[in-house]
Structure formats: structure tokens, C-alpha cells
Design a protein around this ligand. Structure first.
Ligand code: HEC
Length: 109
């Protein structure tokens, strides 16, 4: 019984904290300047985050792969959309931050 109460408390906490989490990730993306090249649902310099989500959703290891790409930058995955422009590296971001952002991107529908 005790453990049931505890897990209910955890679930409630998670439910309460998720909107704050979403705002934090968004402000992080804002601060990092990602929205200069990406929008949620429209192609800009880079693919829209929705296009990225549609491409990798459900793929094993997608979160980690995208997090690495956010930190190190890269190119060649979206040439048809971007005309060969590169994604610049963001070495100031930690792996945890990048994973949070990747998670948020992958959850877009
Ligand atoms: C100067 C413009 C620019 C900025 C700033 C930028 N990106 Fe990108 N991003 C791109 C381009 C161009 C691509 C496509 C690269 C390719 O073809 O592989 C891309 C690709 C991506 C992808 C998909 C990677 C893949 O392998 O499919 C993700 C995720 C992403 N960007 C997230 C971010 C995040 C998060 C930030 C901010 C920390 C950011 N981008 C900042 C231009 C940018």
C-alpha cells in the first residue's frame, strides 16, 4: 500500500512538472539560437523540427544520435531540403541539454 501511494505521488509530480519542463526546453532552444534556422513546422534554413520528428520517431538511439548532432553539427542528411547547408556545432551545450532538446523535438507531432 505504501509503495502504491509513493508511486501515485511520483506520477502526480511528473504530471504537474511537465508543462514547466516544456517551457524550459523551449527557452533553451531559444537561447541557443536554434529558431534562427529551425521552426517547429516550417522549413527555414534547416528542416522543421516536425520533419525531423517524422523522420526519426520510434527509431532506436534517435535521441542520442540527434543530441550528438546538435553538439557537433553535421550535414548531408537533409541536402534535398537545405541545398547542402550545414548544421553548425553547439559545443557549449551539455549532452544532457542536447538530449532534452532531442527528446522535445522527437515528441513533436
Ligand atoms: C545556421 C543554421 C542552423 C542553426 C543555428 C541550427 N541548425 Fe539545426 N540544422 C541546420 C541544417 C542546415 C540542418 C540539416 C543538416 C543536414 O543536412 O544533415 C540541421 C539539422 C538539424 C537536426 C536534424 C539532424 C539530422 O541528422 O537529421 C536537428 C535535430 C537540429 N538541426 C537541431 C538544432 C538545434 C537543437 C539547434 C540549436 C541548438 C540547431 N539545430 C541550430 C541548421 C541550423
Amino acid at each position: 500500500m505504501k509503495s502504491l501511494k509513493i508511486s501515485l505521488a511520483v506520477v502526480t509530480l511528473l504530471a504537474l512538472s511537465s508543462p514547466a519542463w516544456a517551457t524550459d526546453v523551449k527557452s533553451l532552444i531559444n537561447e541557443q539560437g536554434c529558431f534562427a534556422c529551425h521552426s517547429v513546422d516550417q522549413k527555414m534554413v534547416g528542416p522543421s523540427f516536425k520533419m525531423v520528428a517524422d523522420r526519426y520517431r520510434g527509431q532506436k538511439g534517435a535521441e542520442e544520435m540527434l543530441a550528438k548532432k546538435i553538439i557537433s553539427g553535421g550535414n548531408g542528411h537533409w541536402d534535398k531540403i537545405t541545398g547542402g547547408i550545414i548544421m553548425p556545432p553547439h559545443p557549449g551545450m551539455s549532452m544532457d541539454q542536447a538530449k532534452e532538446v532531442a527528446d522535445w523535438v522527437l515528441a513533436i507531432k
